[in-house]
Ligand binder design. Structure first.
Ligand code: HEC
Length: 104
């Protein structure tokens, strides 16, 4: 019985953690589109067409200030809203791609 309670607590924790990441992406979609299919402010790449590693390197790059174009200042502020760049990148990539487990 204890085990069941413990594992359901763990599971709830995992689900909540996932929801937090999802929630973070709401703000992004204002500019990037619901499925990240738009060129944000007419300038960005269509993130929906980027690979997982391209998305991740872009976000890491904005955080380290080593990546971006004329509007990178906007994204440098945005990445601070992400709890985990890795998890957010997975989440974004999986919006438009069926995962088979070999991606990450
Ligand atoms: C205010 C509008 C806006 C919001 C909100 C926004 N972005 Fe962006 N995003 C942009 C723009 C503009 C660029 C291109 C910036 C540049 O010049 O490098 C960009 C670029 C990107 C790129 C790289 C694409 C490329 O062109 O190389 C990724 C990935 C990305 N954004 C993800 C996100 C995520 C994740 C969030 C939410 C945490 C987010 N964006 C929120 C406007 C926005």
């Amino acid at each position: 019985m204890k085990k069941i309670i413990l594992s359901s607590l763990l599971l709830t924790g995992l689900i909540q953690a996932k929801e937090i990441v999802k929630e973070d992406l709401h703000a992004c979609k204002v500019c990037h589109g619901r499925k990240f299919e738009k060129k944000a402010l007419g300038k960005s790449k269509k993130v929906s067409e980027m690979s997982y590693s391209e998305i991740k390197s872009a976000l890491v790059g904005y955080k380290k200030r080593t990546y971006g174009g004329n509007l990178k200042g906007i994204m440098e502020r945005q990445v601070y809203n992400l709890k985990s760049i890795k998890e957010a990148s997975k989440e974004i990539y999986s919006i438009n791609h069926e995962l088979d487990g070999s991606e990450f």
